[in-house]
Design a binder for this molecule. Structure first.
Ligand SMILES: Cc1cc2nc3c(=O)[nH]c(=O)nc-3n(C[C@H](O)[C@H](O)[C@H](O)COP(=O)(O)O)c2cc1C
Length: 212
């Protein structure tokens, strides 16, 4: 088995974390960088990651996240927050950045910009948010793999009230909406009902099919 697959076997949605153990700044940086380098539709990166370490804020979030203990027992709580809409300003910001970083303008790229400008801002905000949230999930996938690679435990969480988290973190004011939470930390030595259970996945032949 490849080294990466071994690490993916090792990872699981950790149910109990050890509050005294913190993820190092270096490992955190590697995980965040993996998310930043993740592919996104048209390269718009229409989401941000908020790293919550503040204990009081995490205590405030916990009751709105099914009282899941990892929220306060992790060392870093990542909040994936998607753009609430695609605006011309946001689209131009990314296209201008690409031009600036690459140092030239490309006609095909500029035509593509116009195509997006003529399409996305005209759609309703909810449709655009849903599209942006899907990109955030791709980032979540990268974070899960990167955390496992670094030997860091994590728990992807949809079990929370996004409206409350938005309020606590004042995300709507920033044009963001929380999509998913990812506590990072280390599995507790005791008290995790899932840690020793077999990882269960459908057999490959029920999951992958070929068209030859
Ligand atoms: C999008 C998403 C949301 C999830 N939400 C929760 C959650 O709120 N709480 C939790 O304990 N696990 C949550 N999980 C974990 C899944 O139950 C878990 O990944 C799945 O059962 C597979 O097990 P494994 O990750 O341990 O291999 C979530 C997973 C994903 C991908």
């Amino acid at each position: 088995m490849s080294e990466l697959l071994q690490k993916l076997q090792w990872r699981y949605a950790t149910k109990k974390m050890e509050p005294s153990q913190a993820v190092s700044a270096e490992k955190l940086e590697h995980i965040l960088e993996a998310v930043r380098l993740t592919a996104s539709s048209s390269g718009l990166q229409p989401y941000e990651v908020i790293v919550v370490t503040n204990p009081e804020i995490r205590e405030q979030i916990k009751p709105h996240a099914w009282n899941q203990g990892q929220i306060t027992d992790c060392s870093h709580l990542l909040v994936f927050a998607a753009w609430d809409n695609y605006t011309a300003e946001r689209i131009n910001m990314m296209f201008d950045l690409v031009n600036e970083e690459r140092g030239f303008k490309n006609e095909g790229w500029e035509n593509y910009r116009q195509m997006l400008l003529n399409t996305y801002p005209q759609r309703d905000a909810e449709t655009n948010y849903q599209h942006a949230a899907r990109q955030a999930y791709i980032g979540l996938g990268s974070a899960l793999i990167a955390a496992a690679y670094e030997g860091v435990d994590s728990t992807p969480m949809e079990g929370f009230d996004p409206a409350k988290v938005d309020e606590i973190l004042k995300l709507r004011e920033r044009g963001l909406r929380s999509v998913i939470l990812l506590p990072l930390g280390y599995r507790a030595a005791e008290g995790d009902w899932l840690v020793n259970l077999k990882k269960v996945r459908r057999a490959k032949n029920q999951f992958v099919s070929e068209v030859k």
